[in-house]
Design a protein around this ligand. Structure first.
Ligand code: ADP
Ligand code: MG
Length: 313
């Protein structure tokens, strides 16, 4: 900041019509409404002090003029991007401090929230979903009831004390993942650490993790998430290992720690159980599938989402 004050001074000094330009600049400064307001709230400031600190008034005026023409946070031309100057008086001199503007405050909040949602293979569109977007379709009573229940969960979930979650099911493209994303954002507003994963890709990644020796750490992260969102469960190719040693282990731990899990699926409970009973090696493994379902069914409220396919492709 000193640099720019000095270079502004140099501009004045180098000018041949220094006196004249200085006088003009001063007039502009002292005619500025914001500067006038500041000075009139500090009648104790002597002319000497005002002259000595005139560059602070100049910066103050200039930066607020930048804000008047705000080009957006990323283009902010102020000395400190996203900050606005405030003048104050201490021991008879004028000083400047900087406060974040509302865009900067919003951006910080956005980043803080994003930090609370960790995602695996979830598109940005979903990570930015909000319930106010959902309200667009309140004309459909069934759908808005489902959205309402999901919103209630998001506001009331108590990880560690109550492990009950949601099982959002329905056909392709009706907005299950979208609702889950909106839940994740409300949870983040409450400071709840959430992991949202696209189940087929996550399970695929787990298979690769065997070779890298990172199965355990990946499992632990997902086991311990305050809220876990498993998007599109049932869309994966289920192997015995994934079912019993990945999914089963995750759900067992979450059940014991009373951590809620949200599922989205094209399958209802029975269809998911069937899907898990057939590992691709062939042969039916009913009992093992039932064991998984015992970790899902009693710990979720089923939300059946209807409506039209909203995908454009
Ligand atoms: P599903 O998970 O049920 O297959 P998605 O949640 O992926 O469906 O939704 C399909 C598409 O419709 C996505 O592009 C999503 O962003 C959009 N969408 C879903 N619900 C809404 C909504 N309430 N408002 C706006 N767009 C939505
Ligand atoms: Mg989906």
């Amino acid at each position: 900041m000193m640099d720019s004050i000095q270079s502004a001074m140099r501009d004045f000094m180098n000018s041949e019509q220094f006196e004249e330009r200085f006088a003009q600049a001063q007039t502009r400064i002292f005619n500025n409404e914001r500067v006038k307001a500041f000075l009139s709230s500090h009648p104790e400031l002597s002319e000497d002090v005002i002259t000595q600190d005139v560059m602070k008034l100049y910066e103050y005026k200039k930066e607020w003029e930048n804000c008047d023409q705000c080009p957006g946070l990323s283009q902010c031309p102020n000395l400190m991007q996203g900050y606005q100057p405030e003048l104050y008086v201490e021991r008879g001199r004028i000083y400047t401090r900087y406060n974040p503007c509302f865009l900067k405050v919003e951006d910080n909040e956005f980043k803080r929230r994003k930090h609370l949602i960790k995602s695996y293979y979830i598109p940005n569109e979903i990570l930015n979903a909000t319930f106010s977007d959902l309200h667009i379709d309140t004309e459909d009573e069934e759908r808005s009831k489902i959205a309402q229940q999901a919103l209630e969960f998001a506001h009331e979930a108590l990880p560690g004390e109550d492990g009950s979650g949601l099982y959002i099911h329905g056909s392709f493209g009706v907005g299950k993942t979208f609702i889950a994303g909106a839940v994740a954002n409300v949870l983040a507003e409450r400071g709840v650490k959430t992991i949202m994963m696209y189940a087929p890709d996550f399970f695929r990644e787990m298979k690769q993790a065997i070779a890298e020796g990172t199965v355990q750490e990946k499992l632990e992260e997902v086991q311990q998430a305050e809220v876990l969102i498993m998007d599109d469960i049932g869309a994966e190719t289920m192997s015995g290992w994934i079912r019993d040693d990945v999914l089963g282990v995750i759900l067992q731990q979450r059940m014991m720690e009373k951590l809620p899990t949200i599922y989205t699926s094209n399958f209802d409970y029975d269809e998911l159980e069937n899907h898990m009973a057939y590992s691709h090696k062939g042969g039916e493994e009913r009992v093992k599938a039932q064991r998984i379902m015992e970790r899902i069914r009693p710990f979720t409220s089923p939300l059946y989402l209807t409506g039209k396919n909203r995908r454009h492709n």
